[in-house]
Ligand binder design. Structure first.
Ligand code: FAD
Ligand code: SIN
Length: 536
């Protein structure tokens, strides 16, 4: 089966849905998403969206906080863009029906999170993401120009590689004409052809054993674009959220940084506050510093977790401000109004991704990327809390403007694009192989490529991942494609990209800390780490 539209969007989080809404004004949109349409990182976002609304705040201050967190690597033009356009994009969400929490005076109730020196987090209590996702999906449902395909997983992009195999043109001449997509319900691979394709597949937290991210976050977009030849940047900067619930059944449930913004304090088993030892902003220091300090404390004491204490605050206010967190902790018999919450860090956010310019363009013509999958330069070596939803909104806007222009002058000949060829493959029911390899990757990344790294661990990780990738690629080529094998193949690519990027950065900066080079080295490393497939 073949779909032909003006635009193909891959992913139904904040980036994909915002893009779809805007592009539907210019042409037909096919949106594919690999699970139920609401399943995304966006749906689980808690803290909110950083943007300047307080009269005492300023664009300069928000920019400065972002640059400070980013430890010298933020691209200033990209930061200025998200900061200055933030209020307009947030108001668009409000107009779509997102009921952001307001004060008694009718202004946005602005929270504060780590690294911010002003109250600027617009939120819907502690379930901002769910409300944003719901409002966007509702708006998309009303648009006749948008066709959403659930349980459709993109496998690879369609470029000259497929048309002129095995002699594609050089990287500089590549175009993207859509993607091969697995319809998981039917078990068939379809061609989704389009004049412009927007990758909005989100992050890759699932490459680690413990992550705040839902199961969909397997780094598909980064792996797909890497295979197509697009440059990938700064994958070593994987952000670990400092505070996720420490409980064997809680699946690294996030305890929002907004809880610390509301007055919660990080303490050890004895109830002693420890963050003052590490940073002047104590529990509200930037995320890389807090996560690393917790790691250090745990290693020093041998304790399996630290604690986040909000029990000194008014219980009614705590329950009203954090209903989701309160209820979820209670499920595990922790009453956050009465006792400290056991917490540990977990993998949370990819600061790196597919390189784009300020218009969301990748190096491949007709291919755009926005949201967590993209590397826009905003976050540098460490993302400032709640800048991610903001970045996704602003860059989805620009990518849609640019893509709508791009399609005006494109007249592709879709007839030449071959159908998916799965001859010579067989059905394999060896689920245990996929599950085992995925777990091996996650363990490897957690143990060797975590918050604190070293040459020895990274080199060991690299040799292991090369073996795994080799096995997985062989298996992929021989087997009829399934969602499990697509994700495993992508996890392996993303893991290798993270390890290789980490090995290239022989210094410590932001989220990348290595015991072999514990200092920052501006002379050699005040630059992005870019990796591209060697055979281009
Ligand atoms: P996502 O929302 O993850 O959407 C990606 C979509 O792509 C999904 O629909 C997925 O199914 C689909 N997809 C993936 N691969 C494929 C494929 N191969 N084929 C088809 N579809 C595919 N950021 C903030 O700014 N503020 C916060 O308060 C905040 N809280 C967070 C809390 C949690 C628990 C988490 C996990 C993240 C949080 N973040 C927060 C980060 C933020 O939520 C994400 O960075 C952001 O939502 C990413 O949006 P996105 O649209 O790029 O990707
Ligand atoms: C949180 O609520 O702590 C998450 C915010 C973010 O990831 O930006």
């Amino acid at each position: 089966m073949t779909s032909e539209t003006d635009f193909l969007i891959i992913g139904s989080g904040i980036a994909g849905l915002s893009c779809a809404l805007k592009l539907s004004q210019f042409g037909s949109v096919a949106l594919v998403t690999k699970k139920h349409k609401a399943e995304s990182n966006t749906n689980y976002a808690q803290g909110g969206i950083a943007s300047v609304f307080d009269p005492g705040d300023s664009y300069v201050q928000h920019t400065q906080d972002t640059l400070t967190a980013g430890a010298g690597l933020c691209h200033q033009d990209a930061v200025r863009l998200i900061v200055e356009e933030g209020p307009t994009r947030v108001k668009e969400l409000f107009e779509l029906g997102v009921r952001f929490t307001k004060t008694k005076e009718g202004r946005f109730d602005l929270g504060i999170e780590g690294g911010h020196r002003a109250h600027r987090i617009v939120h819907v209590k502690d379930h901002t993401g769910k409300d944003v996702e719901t409002a966007l999906l509702e708006a998309v449902k009303q648009e006749p120009n948008i066709h959403v395909h659930e349980h459709h997983a993109a496998i690879d992009l369609i470029t000259e590689h497929q048309v002129f195999y095995p002699h594609p043109p050089s990287q500089a001449q590549l175009h993207c004409w859509g993607a091969y997509v697995l319809d998981s319900n039917e078990g068939i691979v379809k061609k989704f052809l389009a004049k412009a394709t927007i990758i909005a597949t989100g992050g890759c937290g699932q490459v680690y054993l413990h992550s705040t991210n839902p199961k969909i976050a397997t780094g598909d977009g980064v792996a797909i674009c890497y295979r197509a030849g697009a440059p990938i940047a700064n994958m070593e900067f994987m952000q670990f959220h400092p505070t996720t619930l420490f409980h064997p059944e809680a699946n690294s449930f996030l305890i929002s940084e907004a809880v610390r913004g509301f007055g919660a304090v990080l303490v050890n088993k004895k109830g002693e506050s420890f963050m003052e030892k590490y940073h002047e902003m104590a529990s509200l220091a930037p995320r890389d510093i807090v996560a690393r300090s917790i790691d250090t404390e745990m290693k020093k004491t041998g304790d399996l977790c630290v604690y986040l204490d909000i029990s000194h605050k008014d219980p009614a206010q705590v329950k009203d401000r954090f209903p989701l967190i309160y209820e979820n902790c209670l499920r595990y018999k922790i009453d956050i109004t009465k006792e400290p919450i056991p917490v540990v860090p977990a993998a949370h956010y990819a600061c790196g991704g597919v390189v784009t310019d300020l218009k969301g363009r990748t190096s491949i013509k007709g291919l755009f990327a926005c949201g967590e999958v993209a590397f826009t330069g905003v976050h540098g070596a460490n993302r400032l809390a709640s800048n991610s939803l903001l970045e996704a909104l602003v860059f989805a806007h620009h990518a849609s403007l640019e893509a709508s222009e791009f399609v005006r002058d494109v007249h592709p000949d879709f007839q030449v694009i071959p159908r998916w060829d799965d001859s010579g493959t067989f059905n394999n029911e060896e689920w245990v192989l996929i599950a085992h390899d995925a777990l091996e990757i996650k363990n490897l990344m957690w143990d060797y490529v975590g918050i604190v790294r070293s040459n020895l661990r990274l080199e060991r990780a690299l040799s292991r991942i090369r073996l795994i990738r080799h096995e997985v690629e062989n298996y992929y080529r021989r087997t009829r494609v399934t969602e499990g094998i697509i994700e495993l193949r992508n996890l392996a690519v993303v893991a290798q990209l993270i390890i290789q990027s980490a090995l290239l950065r022989k210094e410590s900066r932001g989220l990348h800390y290595t015991t072999d080079y514990p200092q920052k080295n501006d002379e050699l490393f005040l630059q992005d780490t870019i990796i591209q497939r060697a055979d281009f």
